[in-house]
Design a protein around this ligand. Sequence first.
Ligand SMILES: NC(=O)c1ccc[n+]([C@@H]2O[C@H](COP(=O)([O-])OP(=O)(O)OC[C@H]3O[C@@H](n4cnc5c(N)ncnc54)[C@H](O)[C@@H]3O)[C@@H](O)[C@H]2O)c1
Length: 419
Amino acid sequence: MKGDIRDASLAGAGRKRIEWADRDMPVLGVIRERFEREKPLRGLRVSACLHITAETANLARTLQAGGADLVLCASNPLSTQDDVAAALTLEYGIPVFAIRGEDRDTYYAHIRAAIDHGPRITMDDGADLVSEILKNRPEMHKQILGSMEETTTGVIRLRAMEAQGVLRFPILAVNDADTKHLFDNRYGTGQSTVDGIIRASDILFAGKTVVVAGYGWCGRGFAMRARGMGANVVVTEVDPIRALEAAMDGFRVMAIADAAPIGDLFCTLTGDIHVIRAEHFARMKDGALVANSGHFNVEIDIDALEAAAREVRRAVRPCVDEYRMPDGRRIYLLAEGRLVNLAAAEGHPACVMDMSFSVQALTSEYAVRNGGKLEPRVHKVPREIDEWVARLKLKTMGIAIDELTAEQREYLASWEAGT
Ligand SMILES: NC(=O)c1ccc[n+]([C@@H]2O[C@H](COP(=O)([O-])OP(=O)(O)OC[C@H]3O[C@@H](n4cnc5c(N)ncnc54)[C@H](O)[C@@H]3O)[C@@H](O)[C@H]2O)c1
């Protein structure tokens, strides 16, 4: 068997989970049917470094239907669903290199195994695959037609590579498509972050003071949902425009240092480093919960928390570590500071990943069709892909919208009429 998974006997359970998610991914289903007929990815080797979840499995099945020869590895050591990895490898013939809880060395060994597949197309959620290729397998750049990037942090890293002149092949910024970040980051992260925090801690949101660090697409989704459950939401930001938006959306906005002593729950969603630090832990209440739903485990300064604590009790519940401070206060870190929605829950619901992964599939097809013609820089997803996905999603939801009349089209294109 090619691949490296935890337990082959989980394959049956994984298949059920994949099929359940598929029911809520109708747009991807339409693409899969077309891919099956047209085989736009025929014979192409694809390596994808994504969260190994049921939704990703349905993307993988779609690429396989299109003729791709595909392998997968994890984009986060704690987000892998081992049953899904087993089902993909054994039941669908798509090798997966991912084991939930794998250590750092195994995580990178799995990324290297995916690169050894010799991809012409790559997919990333955080740019780990591309970084590894550029650092350690630079000769491979000639064969890569394009690389899709799924998340905000990855796009930021890839733009940094472009700015430094080290990017050697074209990147398609899937995250920046409207049908991706406006829905996945906002409604997907919003709901699944609440889900992960509740599954880990079983807290009641109502009446709690919830501090949301970052008011980007993910942060506003989580802030909105936490408020909907009755929490008093405080937002912290560094961008004055987003801080103003949060204030006018009705949230209390303040510096993290001022929020530290009043928060019952803190959640970072910034893509930034050390947003919550030693000086903030020093002021937190006894029993404060701290979580992260941004991409990496760097938003909370975990080393500082370890250093400040008198005692650490691991796994007082699954996904909860207790840090007892010298003055007796307890601070609870959820999911080791990794994405709480994926580590403690199941990630985004399939309904929203339907759009993100439809964009992934169609953008891969676009990269293949334009093979060799795209420059080695970060490209936008073509607008037609976004509009096609949005229209079909609306249709599957039973929603009809208006079309411009000829008169309206003419009016909106003219500058003379109107006053
Ligand atoms: N949990 C998930 O499943 C999931 C899903 C999508 C994206 N992400 C990740 O979540 C992170 C945020 O994504 P996004 O799309 O909301 O990005 P975004 O760029 O829209 O928003 C990030 C916000 O954080 C703010 N910020 C930066 N440093 C800060 C600091 N020190 N204090 C307070 N605010 C700060 C920025 O000003 C910005 O407004 C990224 O790392 C992204 O990759 C996670």
